[in-house]
Unconditional design. Structure first.
Length: 72
């Protein structure tokens, strides 16, 4: 189990979408934080990205993860 309420890496505001890639990384779209976090198979933060906005790398209320994601 991983993630708790909060706004830092490894924490969630309102997670809405989840996907698992072929290497077992868990990708989570966090709607209220306008970001995506990636966790390894032990629940550690492997990567996170996104801020609020409409430019590349920015999100407005993300709610899902495309199934074509590659590994971190």
């Amino acid at each position: 189990m991983f993630g708790r309420p909060g706004d830092g890496p490894g924490f969630f505001g309102r997670p809405k979408g989840l996907a698992v890639d072929r290497d077992g990384h868990v990708w989570v779209a966090d709607t209220s934080m306008d970001r995506v976090q990636v966790f390894d198979h032990e629940g550690r933060v492997a990567a996170y990205f996104g801020i609020h906005g409409t430019l590349p790398g920015q999100f407005v209320l993300p709610t899902g993860i495309p199934s074509t994601r590659t590994t971190v």
